[in-house]
Design a protein around this ligand. Sequence first.
Ligand code: FAD
Length: 421
Amino acid sequence: MGSMDLPVRTRVAVVGGGPTGLALAVTLASAGVDFVVVDRLAAGANTSRAAVVHARTLEVLAELGAAEGLIARGVPINTFTVHDGSRRLLRVPFDRLPTPYPFTLMVPQYETEAVLLARLRALGADVHRPYEVDSVVQDPAGVTLTMTTGQTLRAEFVVGADGMDSAVRAASGIGFTGSAYLESFVLADVEMDWAPGPEEVALTFGAAGLTVVAPLPGGHYRVVASVDDAPATPDLRFVQDLLDERAAGRATVTALAWSSRFRVHHRLADHYRAGRLLLAGDAAHVHSPAGGQGMNTGIQDGFALGAALITGDLDRYESERRPVAQRVVRFTDRMTRMATTRNRGVRLARNVALTLLGSIPSFRLKLATELAEINYRSPSDTTSILTGHRPTRGNAPSGPAGASSTRGDVNAEGQRVAAQT
Ligand SMILES: Cc1cc2nc3c(=O)[nH]c(=O)nc-3n(C[C@H](O)[C@H](O)[C@H](O)COP(=O)(O)OP(=O)(O)OC[C@H]3O[C@@H](n4cnc5c(N)ncnc54)[C@H](O)[C@@H]3O)c2cc1C
């Protein structure tokens, strides 16, 4: 959509058309709020990256009319298991969760972005590309964004949904407190014979690092592993050797579809708001991929911030969402350190404790609830803020309206629709 003219003025300017910016944009479009989304990339990223969509995110996506479309593209998984080498310590079932979506959905991030973008277009809006924000200046009456092209966009509010190196956060002066993990993370989408099979997400502890294997659509598997020193683009041999070392005899990799290495930080923005500037998603929090919660928390931020912008209760956004990110950063950090400890005594104690706790149903349910993020429902996002708000199309070029809606979804007119069978 590079040919789209950039408006000169809007109510809400969203910098970044990743999953967070898209979730926010769909929320605003559903309620008829005037907004503009800009992204510096000429097209959305087409790499796999975050591959887990948890139950709470599916509840939010259902509010936005995007859950059923995404579920159709993914693989629902009911079980999360924790191992030390080949020994299973813990089995966490998701099917007892009190949610319409008692499972975790495995689906590549580009599919999640594609479904949100299709929903945005069905509501008559789109992402303006490629526009890179070069400067962000706020004054008492508004904010001026200047693009690298020299064009300007004036807005009442600006949202930084522009990822970890957020330009909006930099301009706001908000600190991003935390540090980086020493090890890097390897990600690979592979085809393989995997002994545990495609019914579970398996986290394996090990002194060399943690390893997660999870099924993906099309018979593929996602491998995530913390590694001291990994090549930038791990090849099939590297992934096979890694699994031979950490899951001996259980994996035969036959093809590699995509791989990447990335360094992980655990950081949290000191505030989510500075005057007219607001932060959401990776711009506000980054953490270990153990638990697969990065994109999930970002999509939920986008929805909650949309609700706050619709209702005008902006201060509530930080007070609701920052503690959630704080908890996710702490939880994933604890999980990562516990998984990778090299201290024999600590490992032994950890394994005994997990095996014992794993026999207690309420502990298993608590862990499933934490992973699924359904304990993070908040007053502003349990009741639909979209009902009763009618969208306008003044903020975007025309697009196809009235995409099909399913049970509990909100249709293109911003109204809750009856269940379809
Ligand atoms: C290789 C890799 C693997 C990952 N794996 C996992 C995983 O397994 N599990 C997990 O939970 N998470 C994972 N993540 C993290 C996950 O991808 C992020 O949490 C998620 O993308 C955050 O979404 P976001 O919309 O907040 O930010 P982003 O997806 O980073 O989107 C930000 C957008 O802003 C745009 N932008 C940035 N600066 C500007 C600017 N100045 N002007 C205009 N546009 C701008 C960018 O082009 C981008 O489209 C991974 C990330 C990477 C890179």
